[in-house]
Design a protein around this ligand. Structure first.
Ligand code: MSP
Length: 508
């Protein structure tokens, strides 16, 4: 196992207060692309996702539907579990926070925080958003005492709670931020986390006495833990029971990358590392904060405005790969972006079908027509070799910063380059002239190899299409080491390429 590194990557866990929507799909897809890339590098990846089932967001909606919270959670959790294969997500485990094994472990860890002297009883008085399950501090509140995220009126809460001494972690967090400038990425998110820290930390509620839907506090069973601490701990607890045969905690903790949306930055970059420190546990390496997907008109997606991009509709019309490709191509990962069905169709047509799909079709068709399906065993064109030189390394370096959008752009530049190469070389002309046989061999080998390498690099993004194409090319290896042009003739020897049906067929 020498040289193999463990790589633990997570998504946020979704509230089960409703069905999955595009925001959830986006986070799953982006995280999946990174996880798949890391597996291509040969790393020992563990990819965790799941559902957040306690707290007010779930209890309130359960009540509104006339169900008890567990029945409501069970029903909705199934929809999130079903989402994974629909999006072709390669998660290694799916945690539900109502799992008794999670609950027991939450109690263990938080008991340790209590035993370490970081918990005290006090009176909470302040503003609270039941949709965020968030006690807001003064500078987070909109005028009229409204939630900055949901814009709904905050409730005034006065309750006797157990408190976590967050303020005691001001200096340790400052040190963490100073020592690891990539703890929060991208830089804008780091600035936001530092600004929050800079405003001075106040202690936070660790428990709720008014709520019963949660994990009970071992030293005071009349309280349940505040849902955020229960939820954050999923990243740690899951490792202890994901595999009944092996406790994965030592193998994978601390996490390498938590992928989250910008609305939950404070919890992951401030509360979470402080809580881990209070429990004497190592903190994660990085938190990557992605932006929000907005409608094509730039407004928030909402059913009443009719501007919602429904991931299931895209999958049905254009396929899972199209949705995966579109979201990562259209929106710079880490920033907000506008998305819609029209844009998705346009990229399907112009990029997937007309650029990559067409490159694949014409390459396979020409090899069959001019060389009876055999890939000539000659070296590829030095000019194409130069274009691909260092590409896999550059893509890897971008993935080290979770920049899956720029990585895709680098790959796509080569897709376009190869299509131009076809136009420049005009293989159909070369084929008419026997004296050009060597030039035709070189052209076809260059196209075959270039297409194969690009497909390996595209595998994390559009795995279904790539794996179908690579099977036709007779070169199924998707390890990153295979993303290199073979120096002297093709790897596969390429005998008898079968026909390729269109990767991205025309849709109405
Ligand atoms: N349950 C909490 C997270 C606990 S993590 C220990 C939660 N759940 S959520 O269902 O509201 O959101 C889950 C994830 O989806 C979050 O990272 C959130 O930012 C993301 N998104 C929700 N709507 C989104 C968009 N419209 N666009 C992009 N991502 C968004 O928060």
């Amino acid at each position: 196992m020498s040289g193999v590194m463990s790589y633990f990557i997570t998504t946020a866990i979704a509230y089960v207060n409703g069905p999955p929507h595009l925001g959830h799909a986006y986070e799953e897809i982006a995280t999946d692309v990174i996880a798949r890339h890391m597996r291509q590098r040969g790393e020992d990846v563990f990819f965790l996702t799941g559902t957040d089932e306690h707290g007010e967001p779930v209890a309130d909606t359960a009540k509104a539907h006339g169900l008890d919270p567990q029945a409501w959670a069970d029903q909705n959790a199934q929809r999130f579990i079903a989402l994974m294969p629909q999006l072709n997500i390669s998660n290694d485990f799916f945690i539900r926070t109502t799992d008794p094994r999670h609950k027991a472990k939450v109690q263990d860890v938080l008991q340790r925080v209590y035993d370490n002297g970081h918990v005290y009883q006090g009176l909470y008085e302040g503003w609270y958003c039941p949709r965020c399950a968030d006690f807001k501090v003064e500078n987070e509140i909109l005028d009229g005492n409204r939630c900055p995220i949901h814009e709904i009126a905050l409730t005034r809460e006065t309750e006797e709670n157990w408190f976590f001494r967050l303020s005691a972690f001001q200096a340790p967090l400052e040190e963490l931020f100073a020592a690891n400038r990539d703890f929060v990425m991208p830089a804008r998110a780091m600035n936001e986390a530092e600004a929050f820290l800079g405003s001075g930390l106040q202690d936070v509620s660790l428990s709720r006495g008014k709520l019963s839907w949660g994990v009970s506090v071992p030293w005071d069973p009349s309280h349940v833990f505040y849902v955020w601490f229960d939820a954050l701990l999923n990243y740690y607890t899951a490792l202890s029971f994901a595999n009944p045969e092996e406790d994965y905690t030592d193998r994978y903790w601390p996490a390498n990358l938590h992928v989250i949306g910008k609305d939950i930055l404070k919890f992951h970059t401030i509360f979470w590392p402080a809580m881990l420190m209070a429990a004497d546990l190592p903190v994660p390496q990085r938190v990557f904060v992605h932006g929000f997907l907005l409608a094509e008109d730039g407004r928030k997606m909402s059913k009443s405005l009719g501007n919602v991009l429904d991931p299931f509709e895209v999958i049905e019309q254009l396929g899972t790969d199209a949705l995966r490709f579109y979201l990562l191509r259209e929106v710079q990962f880490g920033q907000d972006g506008n998305v819609g069905l029209a844009g998705c169709r346009a990229r399907y047509e112009s990029e997937l079908a007309n650029e990559y799909g067409n490159l694949a079709s014409r390459t396979v068709a020409m090899l069959r027509r001019y060389r009876a399906g055999n890939v000539p065993a000659v070296a590829p064109d030095p000019e194409i070799v130069a274009q691909f030189d260092g590409l896999a390394e550059q893509v890897s370096a971008l993935f080290d910063r979770a920049d899956c959008t720029q990585a895709l752009e680098l790959i796509w530049q080569r897709v376009r380059r190869l299509n131009r190469y076809v136009e420049e070389r005009q293989p159909w002309q070369l084929a008419k002239d026997d004296s050009q046989a060597a030039a035709l061999d070189q052209t076809l080998t260059s196209l075959y190899e270039g297409l194969r390498v690009l497909s390996v690099l595209l595998d994390p993004y559009i795995p279904q299409s790539v794996e179908r194409l690579l099977a036709v090319l007779g070169a199924p290896d998707t390890a990153l080491g295979a993303a290199r042009l073979a120096a002297a003739g093709p790897l596969a020897g390429g005998v008898d390429l079968p026909e390729l049906s269109p990767l991205f067929p025309k849709r109405d």
